[in-house]
Every structure is written in structure tokens, then in C-alpha cells.
Write a protein that binds this ligand. Structure first.
Ligand SMILES: Cc1ncc(COP(=O)(O)O)c(C=O)c1O
Length: 364
């Protein structure tokens, strides 16, 4: 009798995150593991979501019509070239579905955003993961990997889990080497936290080129991770393809209501940005002061390496988790010595540093 089989490449998909060993049952009091905003959304956005529950029996027919003008207004973009989805991961998955298939390739940086290969495998495409340069994507390696089978080059800028970034000039050098029949995806989930002067907002290249699409999210600085809203900005034909393969009624009505209001509340995002950047500076310098290797971050988290083989990242993770603090470790070998810490409230970061300090001093 024939047996049901999923597409063969789906078997290549593996979990990429690691749970803290031995403390799975310890209650988590401080969440520094998923790069959510510890400051939450604008209070006005939460109120709008609550009010929208009143109409929950109805489908929201066209979330693009509701949200694209608000997004365009907030960021100074063209509304017709914006489409929204269930988080930016929905758009990444749809881009893979629209442009990848058997015999095609997606190029990525090997320690870059770890969900992306899964979307390629789900379409039976090949993933070319190229080496990086101390967690910073290597433009030279990405360019060297381009072939006639390349259909997508994926770059998160800034990267996750490392927080590294590429300058505008570097991104443009990569784009110049990509053929017209391949798409450059710039995933700018953390763009709002960047303060490097040579970073270039990704929308500029989108507007100049025919094969560049940018993905953005409401999950980070806007504090709406649970609402699951993301958006893409790209050429008309790419946006058209994304719309054609969208789920029916892809975004929940309370999420749309919250997003419209969150986009308008510039004071809230300004406050979150300032608080996060000062937390990032503080945490980075404290961890360096403890003798750890901190990867310079342009995002709302910091990746830190534990260089002493006697004081491993795995043990540090367990010590934190035993104190009720959840941080993130990853399965890929490059991250064996590392933990990623989301920028939390000042007291939470102080608690986190205190646990790491006692751990390194043999007190825990
Ligand atoms: C680089 C990057 N892209 C995309 C996402 C997905 O975000 P969402 O689906 O919540 O919009 C994340 C989430 O952590 C991310 O780090």
C-alpha cells in the first residue's frame, strides 16, 4: 500500500533553538529569549485591539487596504508597493513559495536568520549557506556562491541571532552582483534599532532596483509580536505575486486595528528605541567587563561568547534559567559558546548580569 510522504527536502528541517538543559520546568520570571519588546506596544494600540474584538465575527477582507496607507505614511513609502502578512515570516515563506522550486537555490549567510532555510526546503529548493566573518555576513562569499540556479539571495540586516549589520555600500555591492532573474530579500526586522551611521535604510535600494524586496515587522519596536503583523515593500510584480498566494483574510482584525494606532504613536517607538539603545550599550559594556566576547549589536539583543572552556555558555544558560531568566541558545555549532540576550528592562538586565557574574566567579 502506498505511504503518504511529505516532500523529501522537508526532512532536512531541524529545530534550531535549544532549551536550557535540566531546568525545563523552572518557571521563567524574566523573558530575554525572543527579542520581543519588553516595553510592549503603545497603550493606544492595545486599546484599539480590545475595541476591535467587538467586530470579531467578521472577516477583515483586505488588510492591505487598511494597513498599506498607514505604513506608507509612517515610513514615507509608496502604499501600492506594500503588502502585509501574518508576521514577516509569512512574507518570507511566501517569497520562497513564489520564487523557489526544485533545481533552484537560495543563498544565505550560514549563521544568519535560522528559519529561512526551512522555507526553501519546504519548496524542495537547495540552500547554499556561505561562511561569515565573525558572524557578519560575507559579501564576497555570497557573491561567489551565485549561480544560474540562484533565485533568492537572503540577507537579514541587522542579522539575528548575531546583531551584526552591513553598510549601505556593502549591500549595494552584493546587489550589483545579483543577476536580474534573482531576488535580493533584505529582511530589516530590526532596522528601527540601528544607529550605525553607514547603515542605509533598505527601502532606498528597493525603490531603485527591480529585484529587491524588503521585509519588516510590527513584532519588534512596535511591541506587537503576538499580533503577528509584518509587511513587504518591493517591485509591483513581486508584491502582486505575494498577494496572489496569500491566505484568505491573512491578518486578524484586532491586529490590524492595533497596528494602525501603533504606527501613529511615534512617541512610543522613540521612547522604546532610546531605552533599548541605552540598555544595549550598558549590557554590552558590562559583559565585556566580565571578560566575555560581545558581538557588536545593532539590534534589540546581544550575542555573547563564553571563551573559557571551564565556564561554558550551556552552563551559563542553566544558571540563568535556574534563576528564572530565559535567554536563547542555538543548535548550530557556531553558536555552541554563545547565548543571545534580548535587551530587557534595566532591572532585568542587572539581574541577568549579576547571575552571569556569580556564575563566572564560581558562586553558582
Ligand atoms: C531577522 C528576522 N526576520 C524575521 C523575523 C520574524 O518576525 P515576525 O514573523 O514576528 O514578523 C524575526 C523574528 O525574530 C527575525 O529575527
Amino acid at each position: 500500500m502506498a505511504v503518504m510522504r511529505a516532500k523529501s527536502a522537508i526532512d532536512k528541517i531541524r529545530p534550531h533553538m535549544i532549551e536550557a538543559v535540566g531546568h525545563a520546568a523552572a518557571p521563567v520570571a524574566i523573558h530575554l529569549n525572543s527579542n520581543e519588546s519588553v516595553y510592549g506596544p503603545s497603550p493606544l494600540a492595545a486599546a484599539a485591539a480590545r475595541a476591535a474584538i467587538a467586530g470579531i465575527e467578521r472577516y477583515l477582507e483586505n488588510p492591505d487596504a487598511a494597513l498599506a496607507p498607514a505604513i506608507a505614511d509612517r515610513f514615507g513609502l509608496q502604499a501600492a508597493r506594500i503588502t502585509v502578512g501574518q508576521g514577516s515570516d509569512d512574507l518570507l515563506a511566501r517569497l520562497a513559495r513564489a520564487y523557489l522550486g526544485p533545481g533552484t537555490e537560495l543563498i544565505r549567510s550560514e549563521n544568519g536568520y535560522l528559519k529561512v532555510p526551512n522555507y526553501a526546503y519546504a519548496n524542495d529548493a537547495d540552500v547554499i549557506s556561505v561562511p561569515d566573518d565573525n558572524f557578519k555576513p560575507s559579501i564576497d562569499h555570497m557573491i561567489a556562491a551565485i549561480s544560474e540556479r540562484t533565485r533568492i539571495v537572503y540577507l537579514a540586516n541587522p542579522e539575528n541571532p548575531a546583531g551584526t549589520y552591513l553598510s549601505g555600500a556593502e549591500v549595494r555591492r552584493l546587489h550589483a552582483a545579483i543577476p536580474d532573474d534573482a531576488l535580493l530579500i533584505i529582511d530589516s526586522a530590526y532596522e528601527e534599532y540601528v544607529n550605525a551611521p553607514d547603515y542605509e535604510p533598505a527601502h532606498r535600494l528597493v525603490e531603485e532596483a527591480k529585484n529587491v524586496v524588503m521585509c519588516r515587522t510590527l513584532s519588534k519596536i512596535f511591541g506587537l509580536a503576538g499580533a503577528r503583523v509584518g509587511w513587504a515593500y518591493g517591485p509591483d510584480d513581486v508584491i502582486d505575486s505575494l498577494r496572489r498566494i496569500a491566505l484568505t483574510f491573512p491578518v486578524a482584525s484586532p491586529s490590524v486595528a492595533a497596528t494602525i494606532v501603533a504606527l501613529e504613536d511615534r512617541g512610543h517607538t522613540e521612547f522604546v528605541r532610546n531605552a533599548t539603545l541605552s540598555g544595549r550599550n550598558w549590557l554590552s559594556s558590562e559583559l565585556k567587563g566580565l571578560g566575555l566576547d560581545v558581538i557588536p549589536s545593532q539590534a534589540n539583543f546581544v550575542l555573547v561568547r563564553f571563551p573559557d572552556p571551564e565556564k561554558t555558555a550551556e552552563a551559563a544558560d542553566a544558571a540563568l534559567r535556574a534563576s528564572g531568566i530565559a535567554v536563547r541558545r542555538f543548535a548550530s555549532p557556531a553558536y555552541r559558546d554563545c547565548i543571545r540576550i534580548t535587551i530587557g528592562l534595566p532591572d532585568d538586565l542587572r539581574a541577568c548580569v549579576a547571575v552571569i557574574s556569580s556564575f563566572l566567579n564560581g558562586e553558582s
